[in-house]
Design a protein around this ligand. Structure first.
Ligand code: FES
Ligand code: FES
Length: 180
């Protein structure tokens, strides 16, 4: 049923866990996760490109796995740990994390529209497959679209970050120097 303004009164209270914080949102069941993140929680890092699950600009992590936030209803994400690109930089200083620094150092972005999606795709991928080689990285980045960079620099950034993280783990100095 709609009210006199055309709004549906079929709304529900959702509890979403985003970047370690619990949020309560009153919304219609039909709304997507990316719309709720952007418009209700003001987390605008996840971009909306195709809205059909093709481009990957809306990629976030849901329980650690990359997911197209345009293809999920926000209600489906209740109870899950949602991680957005806003979580990557240091919340106090704004300092970029190692993966973000690798993207800047390897010029892995031009217009930047696709970048949050690639960052979250890579973040989730490297967490599950820290030993991934260049061929596996090429395969995973093929799931998102970038119309600017030609992908070479994106692969280079992710690969260099993966290699640096491996070297840091081997040396017992995880998280100290930047990827380069
Ligand atoms: S906006 Fe979600 S895949 Fe394109
Ligand atoms: S940097 Fe422009 S779409 Fe990827």
């Amino acid at each position: 049923m709609n009210d006199t303004n055309g709004r549906s009164d079929d709304v529900q209270l959702l509890t979403l866990h985003v970047n370690g914080t619990q949020h309560e949102v009153i919304t219609e069941p039909r709304r997507t996760l990316v719309d709720v993140l952007r418009h209700d929680l003001r987390l605008t890092g996840a971009h909306v490109g195709c809205e059909h699950g093709i481009c990957g600009a809306c990629t976030v992590l849901v329980d650690g796995l990359p997911a197209r936030a345009c293809l999920m209803f926000a209600a489906q994400a209740e109870g899950a740990a949602i991680t957005t690109v806003e979580s990557l930089a240091d919340p106090d200083t704004g300092e970029l994390n190692d993966l973000q620094r690798a993207f800047t150092e390897h010029h892995a972005l031009q217009c930047g529209f696709c970048t949050p999606g690639f960052l979250m795709l890579a973040q989730g991928f490297l967490a599950r497959q820290p030993e991934a080689d260049r061929e596996e990285i090429k395969e995973i980045v093929a799931s998102n679209l970038c119309r600017c960079t030609g992908y070479q620099s994106i692969v280079e950034a992710i690969d260099s970050c993966a290699r640096t993280r491996r070297a840091q783990r081997a040396a017992g100095t995880e998280g100290t120097p930047p990827c380069n």
